[in-house]
Design a protein around this ligand. Structure first.
Ligand SMILES: *Cc1c(COP(=O)(O)O)cnc(C)c1O
Length: 244
């Protein structure tokens, strides 16, 4: 069991290295984030103990449940799920350093209000829907720049880049298009040179499409299945607002 997780991580590192070789990048430009939804704390610990300490949950409830057993090992929490405004206060209890799934103004405003009250700041990535699928969250590419401009005015939110979930498809060129689009939006934002906006992070690529994402400029890849195995819940459980 333990070995399986560590062997899987070794395989992922090889995949990262190969993708970097193919795209003339340095593998230390790529951060490996472990997507830990549905994974029990005991299994997450195996990766943390091996030094893979950047992890992310999709639901505040899971963050809360696992926090007690994980907090003894130093690690960094990101949040990558759809965030409901009534969960903000709870989320901020668990030392999340970056919310990668900021996708709308009312959410930004409410996180800001809570952070001001707590006298804290947080890093955020703007989640962009590059696949145009209704089941995916994220601001539309055409509205992303406007959202960034607005969020930039909230001084508790530190914008560090963009996040997307690519199209689930075996047609690699269609998947690649999503990642190119995210890069394109990033470049447009960089050109605007907005105060309080940094654009160094592109969080894109998962178990099935990380090579394409790396070739297109990913700096954070989010990997779950390829490390911890198949999940029992369908992903719609995490990605579709109508299913709780
Ligand atoms: C689950 C999840 C991942 C990881 O997906 P895998 O295909 O299991 O690697 C990445 N990003 C988000 C937002 C997720 O919810």
């Amino acid at each position: 069991m333990n070995e399986e997780i560590l062997n899987n991580i070794t395989d992922i590192r090889k995949r990262i290295n190969n993708a970097c070789i193919n795209s003339n990048r340095n593998s230390n430009e790529i951060k490996l984030l472990l997507a830990t939804k549905t994974v029990p704390a005991e299994r997450i610990k195996i990766a943390l103990q091996a030094g893979y300490t950047l992890i992310a949950e999709n639901k505040v409830q899971e963050l809360k449940e696992k926090n007690e057993s994980l907090k003894e090992i130093l690690h960094t929490n990101h949040f990558i799920g759809h965030l409901q405004t009534n969960k903000i206060k709870d989320l901020l209890k668990y030392n999340v350093s970056c919310i990668q799934s900021l996708d709308r103004w009312d959410l930004a405003k409410k996180i800001h209000q809570r952070l001001e009250f707590e006298n804290k700041t947080i890093e955020v990535l703007i989640q962009v829907n590059t696949s145009f699928e209704e089941s995916k969250f994220g601001v539309g590419p055409d509205n992303a720049i406007e959202l960034v401009k607005q969020v930039a005015k909230l001084e508790t939110l530190k914008i560090k880049g963009l996040m997307t979930i690519g199209l689930f498809s075996a047609e690699t060129e269609k998947v690649r298009k999503c990642f190119r689009l995210l890069k394109d939006v990033q470049q447009k934002i960089v050109a605007l040179n907005l105060p309080n906006v940094e654009m160094q992070e592109l969080s894109m690529g998962m178990s099935g499409d990380m090579e394409i994402a790396i070739e297109e400029g990913a700096t954070i890849i989010r990997v779950g299945t390829a490390i911890f195995g198949k999940r029992i819940y369908p992903d719609s459980y995490y990605w579709n607002e109508t299913i709780k």
